[in-house]
Design a protein around this ligand. Structure first.
Ligand code: HEC
Length: 135
């Protein structure tokens, strides 16, 4: 029967469509898993937590400095923008020294953060600087 043939032809088409759908889902799943592996590799920065807790109230979550805080501290907003001030050209060791001992209105963190925590924070700061395109 001709109708029987037609049905089976449609059936094949449908099977193909299902297979294509599965391939798509498989691809999406692979992408999803890959993004997980990527996130696990790059996201959990120990320094991020410290930066948000100890630095962001002046320097901002993005490191660019909070204008209101600049007013309170009576400094030029550029001075607390860690993506454009000396912090960009300073070495990790120089930043660690500033964070440890303070500098003018920049508070010292000696006794509040360990040397390792300061290094982690600087590592995170570098990611903010590269996000801002300066490092
Ligand atoms: C109470 C506000 C405040 C907090 C909190 C703060 N800073 Fe600062 N920071 C400043 C000010 C103000 C300056 C500008 C100092 C200057 O040169 O007069 C500064 C400057 C800096 C500089 C530039 C280097 C320099 O000597 O000018 C770095 C790097 C820096 N801060 C890192 C940090 C890090 C990392 C943290 C957290 C651990 C932090 N700051 C917490 C206010 C703050």
């Amino acid at each position: 029967m001709t109708t029987g043939k037609k049905v089976s032809a449609d059936g094949n088409k449908q099977t193909l469509r299902v297979l294509a759908g599965e391939a798509l889902i498989g691809g999406a799943l692979a992408l999803f898993l890959a993004s997980f592996a990527f996130a696990a590799d790059t996201l959990p920065q120990p320094g991020q937590k410290i930066f948000l807790a100890k630095c962001a109230q002046c320097h901002g979550k993005d490191g660019k400095g909070l204008p209101n805080m600049a007013k309170v501290l009576k400094v030029d907003p550029a001075m607390i923008n860690l993506t454009q001030n000396a912090a960009v050209t300073m070495t990790d060791d120089q930043i660690a020294t500033t964070v440890t001992n303070g500098n003018k209105k920049m508070p010292k963190f000696k006794g509040k953060l360990t040397a390792d925590q300061i290094q982690d924070t600087i590592k995170y700061l570098r990611t903010l600087q590269s996000a801002a395109g300066v490092k």
